[in-house]
Design a protein. Structure first.
Length: 137
């Protein structure tokens, strides 16, 4: 199962955000074990790099980015995706970019805590608990 992980799922693990940490950690472990083919949008790496650099410094940020790159693949991100996202029915531009990146990379879905923001998605969108239920069944 090819799944794009929204930045919020990764941040739930990194920031130990309750109550989301447990399900996000489970999903990341499923990627590490090869039960899910996990993808990140390249913008997730730059966002996380920026945030971690501010808190823990550049060395730690780069170490974390390398770890994520060892676990996840990256989706396609190019000019066409940014242009298409501008005219997409998904109102939030960042979410529209995620959607178009996932679609262009032929992923089977997106996992996010903001499912309602993807109302007009043509790619299946899962909240973490829903995806966990599918994996466990």
């Amino acid at each position: 199962m090819k799944i794009l992980f929204d930045t919020n799922i990764i941040l739930d693990v990194l920031l130990l955000r309750k109550p989301y940490y447990t399900s996000a950690t489970f999903l990341l472990s499923e990627v590490e074990q090869g039960n899910i083919e996990g993808y990140l949008c390249p913008t997730t790496l730059t966002t996380i790099g920026y945030l971690v650099t501010k808190i823990k410094g550049a060395v730690e940020a780069k170490k974390l980015i390398k770890n994520l790159l060892n676990i996840f693949e990256l989706t396609v991100l190019n000019k066409s995706i940014f242009e298409t996202a501008c005219s997409h029915k998904i109102n939030d531009y960042e979410d529209a970019v995620y959607h178009e990146s996932a679609r262009s990379s032929n992923t089977e879905g997106i996992v996010t805590r903001n499912v309602k923001d993807f109302k007009y998605a043509s790619v299946k969108v899962y909240d973490p608990e829903e995806l966990i239920g599918i994996i466990k069944s």
